[in-house]
Design a protein around this ligand. Structure first.
Ligand code: HEM
Length: 224
């Protein structure tokens, strides 16, 4: 009979698979709608909106992991953070690809002009560029290699999320309600970090539920 630890590992694996499928499903749904030509009157706009919103949602979900872990004491939540962050980057890439390929058809000069002249695109591009080093250093090897610098680097997720919200607010010309909801959620997630940023005593508030194994201790490098 498998031991308690083996059962726990299996549950974690199944949950990982479930999180993976849930995070992938909006992309598959958009692809399906596009395939069937059911994206509406303006398919490029629908794709841009869908991928943009999922980039932001997954960025916020990634930022929600640490506060949730502190509130519940469930260290296991940390195991899903990297996947959520990488999915945010994945949707960010699809969003940028929609712009580069479907909107601008690789017209480098027009894109540069657009990004420089339109502040909402400047903010979006800066946010996306900030995500690149986070995604490329998300492996366990890079975490170990960078050590404390990894934590500092991964704080870039804060300005990236802020700029993502600014980008959304700026491009929402008439109805800003939805963008403001994202702004509020982000403000809440950032405010929840303040006590731990201010008081290092609180930072140790939730002890791990069980001794961490070698590879887990990597994911326990406390990040944003
Ligand atoms: C982390 C980076 C980014 C995030 C989180 C993000 C998020 C979003 C969101 C939430 C929207 C609004 C969707 C809606 O109206 O429902 C949007 C729209 C848009 N984004 Fe981004 N974006 C990012 C980067 C970029 C970049 C780099 C570009 C291109 C250079 C870009 C181009 C656009 C365009 C053109 C729209 C308008 C779509 C339309 O309504 O026609 N975004 N983005």
């Amino acid at each position: 009979m498998p031991g308690a630890r083996a059962v726990e590992d299996r549950v974690i694996l199944w949950l990982k698979a479930a999180v993976f499928l849930v995070a992938l499903s909006p992309g598959l749904w958009l692809f399906w709608l596009g395939w069937r030509d059911e994206l509406g009157a303006n398919p490029v706009e629908a794709l841009s909106r869908g991928t943009g919103e999922w980039t932001l949602r997954l960025l916020l979900a990634t930022l929600a992991v640490s506060p949730l872990r502190r509130l519940t004491g469930w260290t296991v939540l940390l195991r899903y953070r990297r996947m959520l962050g990488l999915f945010a980057f994945f949707y960010g890439c699809l969003h940028v690809l929609t712009y580069v390929v479907l909107d601008q058809w690789f017209d480098g000069a027009a894109m540069l002009d657009d990004i420089v002249k339109r502040p909402y695109l400047t903010a979006g591009m800066t946010a996306f560029l900030l995500l690149v080093p986070l995604a490329t250093t998300s492996t366990r090897g890079m975490m170990l290699r960078l050590g404390r610098r990894w934590r500092a680097l991964h704080r870039l997720i804060y300005p990236a999320a802020m700029l993502g919200v600014v980008h959304f607010l700026w491009q929402a010309k008439i109805d800003t309600t939805e963008a403001l909801v994202y702004a509020l959620l982000l403000a809440l997630l950032l405010a929840m970090r303040l006590p731990w940023l201010i008081s290092p005593v609180l930072a140790g508030g939730c002890p791990p539920t069980r001794p961490e194994r070698t590879h887990q201790s990597v994911s326990a490098i406390r990040s944003p």
